[in-house]
Design a binder for this molecule. Structure first.
Ligand code: G
Ligand code: G
Ligand code: MN
Ligand code: NA
Length: 253
């Protein structure tokens, strides 16, 4: 794990970078949007993934300026890609609990949308069940985000003990089925059964679904046969820097 001081400098020295992973419409193969994934280009250790520094950012409070930077950067990028493609692509942004329950989170989102002249539908906020620690406040923030037109997704759905409880109490719009369920496909009847139960639940509640971690054509075909959904995974594309999509990729999709 990295230290607080070096992370402080990372922000200052512009060592943080966003990678993007496309989110596809599984049944049509068309592009739906992107998820922004944070990286730290560390001068000594090389490219670091969020697991190596988000915990320090959370503990130190640096997650607030870092999270605001991520939001601004991601929205600036989706504005560029929307203009390039003339399509209503969305950007999904991961938000840590400490960032989410910050008193100004709604205002920070609103300002960022205004700055890049984007409607709320351009932004999806991904939360995990760890926000349940501050449930009342989280509920108000989810409501504020929905008022702004943003979608709110439950990330890593199915991995926590309370994922289902979250659906019961929060007006979220989407679940992202955790990749551990997708990587089990094709598997035993139980593995397929779990995924179809999650799809059934989403359907009953009027929620949209993204399946994460699709790595093979077979997994894509199995899921496409089950329901309409959005999909992400190495099978479609790995997370890549913005230039990768701007130069070439977007004109082919
Ligand atoms: O991209 P990768 O698979 O290494 O991401 C690892 C984890 O880091 C995932 O759980 C992802 O949700 C989280 N993550 C990625 N980018 C961000 C970010 O900008 N903010 C926060 N809080 N978490 C992120
Ligand atoms: O927790 P969250 O869903 O935000 O994490 C997304 C992480 O999953 C990113 O770090 C991304 O690099 C990783 N990821 C995306 N697609 C795949 C995939 O198909 N297989 C695997 N193993 N990881 C993936
Ligand atoms: Mn995510
Ligand atoms: Na996830």
């Amino acid at each position: 794990l990295q230290t607080e001081q070096s992370l402080y400098h990372a922000l200052e020295r512009q060592e943080l970078q966003l990678y993007y992973q496309p989110v596809m419409h599984l049944n049509t193969g068309g592009l739906a949007g992107f998820e922004a994934l944070l990286r730290w280009q560390h001068p000594v250790s090389g490219l670091l993934s969020p697991d190596q520094f988000i915990p320090v950012a959370e503990e130190s409070g640096l997650i607030e300026p870092i999270g605001t930077w991520v939001l601004e950067q991601a929205l600036q990028q989706i504005q560029i890609w929307q203009q390039m493609t003339q399509r209503p692509l969305f950007m999904a942004v991961n938000v840590s609990p400490r960032q989410f329950v910050h008193a100004d989170f709604g205002a920070i989102v609103q300002q960022a949308l205004q700055r890049y002249q984007l409607s709320g539908e351009s932004l999806e906020i991904e939360i995990t069940e760890s926000i349940l620690q501050d449930f009342q406040r989280s509920k108000r923030i989810v409501e504020t985000l929905r008022t702004l037109g943003c979608t709110v997704a439950i990330d890593d759905f199915g991995t926590g003990y309370s994922s289902v409880s979250l659906l019961r109490h929060l007006p979220v719009s989407r679940i992202k089925i955790d990749r551990s369920f997708v990587s089990a496909l094709p598997g035993r009847a139980q593995d397929t059964g779990l995924v179809s139960a999650m799809l059934g639940m989403a359907h009953s509640l009027g929620l949209e679904v993204t399946a994460e971690g699709i790595e093979t054509a077979e997994q894509a075909a199995i899921l496409a046969g089950m329901a309409n959904m959005a999909a992400q995974g190495y099978y479609f594309e790995r997370p890549q820097p913005a230039e990768f999509f701007t130069v070439g990729w977007l004109s082919r999709h």
